[in-house]
Ligand binder design. Structure first.
Ligand code: AHR
Length: 556
């Protein structure tokens, strides 16, 4: 055990200060550092291993996600690997994408997996779940699902990027039999079943071994409009029998869960499920939880359309409002975790945050007409870093999270159209934070003056610095968000019982809060990495305003 009070103070000043100096829009006054912030990493207080799956993704047959985003086709002039956009594959390998959820979302509960397998030219065309929301001018394959991309193509995508698949089964509009047939199609051994033969005929004799299965999606809404009790009855029926193929092939089943702090769905579901006996608990491995930060009206309305803000046009007050809405996810997780504990005393069931991110009103599509596409800015990078830090701080509770969505939709990591492609600021955050995957999360205390600002004429505040730390061997990752739109934070970094041998700082920031990448300017916002000057006398790092920073510290 490391001695509790052996603090090592190390100079980290130079890199952060350089990042501040490179900001052009903020004046000298706004860059004045307040030297009263402190981060203390408690190396002797591990919180648990950070599941790599916290860094997961979500892809739905929605707008330009699949057709154009992921799938361009084998004969496309766009560089591709067996029909899948090559640039996307290359980028996702870089960020160590661990898991991808598919095919929805709401789409999942209107999807018949059989439509997407077998010879491509024989696959049926169907009306897409999102057809009603699509504009007349949208591409046909966004309105009418051609099923050119189905299970095999999705698994191919996962294999190419080295990720595990997470499939969402249709509970609203297919019988339970179709769920277990989909499991059989994916997992039955080569040559064992008719469905295994169908899979082999499509070029995949070996099973896909899909472990993660969602049992419906948002079953309180688009997934069936069930009450929690009704859903629990359906859930029991759907999972009472599913095919298993040998040891180590256990399925991880995710029940559709809540989307607010309120716990009646979670309680209603488990109470009904357990009415049939305590052993029913073994049929659930994960409880899904969704959180979108969409209401930027500052309490004026709860209307789903009217409450939304603009992705690109915003004031500092809107910046903070988005972060406040995003921060709510921590309370949502804690509430449902507590409620879950009343039924699962052994804490076997984990939270699966399989949709999260900001959701703005239409109007900022980089490819006009792409449904739910929005252009992520520096604000969304800060939001995403804040969210990933929250997951890192709760490794005991969250087993998986899936950012909504991967490409051309909501909080995209990438935007693509035909041969054009760019990495968004959110994509850069995922690249920076990949270093936490599989690390040991460490309790870390952040002390900084809160941000104080005017919220519609009333004083409001938000935390001053937050982040997370993880350790793998001798490598410590400390990620930090400074949400203040104009003030840097000069911060002492204290490590209990360790000495820093070397380090580097990677910083994502810009003087303009609205900075974003486009096809024309794909590198408007990119992280900068610099070595740290480790002169032991100066124990501080300056976190620039509106920034995401990763400090990588090699311990001696
Ligand atoms: O991500 C877009 C949609 O948001 C999903 O289809 C649905 O699950 C959620 O309401």
């Amino acid at each position: 055990m490391l001695p509790r009070r052996e603090f090592v103070r190390t100079s980290l000043l130079a890199a952060g200060a350089a990042a501040c100096a490179s900001r052009t829009r903020f004046s000298a006054a706004s860059q004045a550092a307040s030297a009263d912030s402190r981060i203390e990493v408690l190396l002797d207080e591990p919180l648990g291993t950070i599941s790599p799956n916290i860094y997961g993704h979500f892809t739905e047959h929605l707008g330009g996600v699949v057709y154009d985003g992921m799938w361009v086709g084998e004969n496309s002039p766009v560089a591709n690997v067996q029909g899948i956009r090559k640039r996307l594959v290359d980028e996702m390998r870089k960020i160590k994408a661990p898991v991808v959820r598919y095919p929805g979302g709401c789409f999942a509960d209107s999807y018949n997996w059989r439509d997407g397998v077998g010879p491509p030219d024989k696959r049926p065309r169907r009306t897409n779940f999102w057809n009603d929301a699509e504009k007349e001018s949208a591409p046909d394959n966004h309105k009418f699902e051609p099923n050119r991309f189905g299970t095999n193509e999705f698994i191919r995508f996962c294999k190419l990027i080295g990720a595990e698949p997470y499939l969402a089964a249709n509970l609203r509009s297919l019988p339970a039999e179709e769920f277990y047939h989909w499991v059989e199609y994916c997992n039955s051994p080569a040559g064992s079943t008719t469905l295994a033969d169908l899979r082999a005929a499509a070029g995949s004799p070996e099973p896909f071994n899909v472990r993660f299965w969602g049992v419906g999606n948002e079953s309180w809404g688009c997934g069936g409009n069930f009450t929690a009790q009704e859903y629990a009855v359906e859930y029991r029926r759907f999972v009472t029998w599913l095919p298993h193929y040998g040891k180590g092939q256990d399925l991880f089943l995710v029940a559709s869960g809540p989307y607010t702090e309120e716990t009646s769905w979670t309680r209603g579901f488990f109470e009904e499920l357990l009415r049939k006996g305590a052993d029913q608990l073994r049929s659930v491995q994960g409880l899904s939880l969704h959180h979108y930060a969409w209401n930027l009206s500052r309490g004026r309305t709860t209307d789903w359309e009217k409450g939304k803000g603009s992705a690109l046009e915003f004031e500092p007050m809107d910046w903070y409002e988005l972060l406040r809405e995003g921060q709510r996810i921590e309370g949502i997780m804690e509430n449902h975790w507590r409620a879950l504990g009343e039924y699962d005393g052994q804490r076997r069931i984990k939270l699966i945050v399989d949709e999260w991110g900001p959701w703005y009103r239409p109007g900022s599509e980089l490819t006009p007409g792409n449904l739910l596409e929005q252009i992520p800015t520096l604000r969304d990078a800060v939001f995403s870093a804040m969210t990933l830090d929250i997951f890192n701080r709760h490794p005991d509770k969250v087993a998986m999270a899936n950012c909504a969505q991967l490409i051309n939709c909501l909080n995209s990591l990438y935007l693509a159209h035909e041969d054009k492609f760019c990495v968004t600021p959110v994509g850069h955050v995922f690249a920076m934070y990949a270093a936490h995957q599989g690390g040991q999360s460490l309790r870390t205390i952040f002390s900084a003056p809160p941000v104080r600002y005017d919220r519609d004429g009333k004083p409001a505040s938000f935390w001053g610095l937050q982040g997370s730390a993880s350790l793998r061997g001798k490598e410590l990752q400390l990620t930090v968000v400074n949400p203040h739109v104009s003030e840097a934070r000069e911060t002492s970094i204290l490590l209990r019982g360790a000495r820093i041998a070397s380090g580097s700082a990677t910083i994502l920031t810009n003087a303009d809060l609205h900075t974003h990448n486009t096809f024309a300017q794909p590198a408007a916002l990119e992280p900068q990495t610099k070595p740290l000057s480790l002169t032991s006398a100066a124990p501080t790092f300056v976190f620039p305003p509106a920034s995401v920073t990763r400090l990588t510290l090699m311990l001696a």
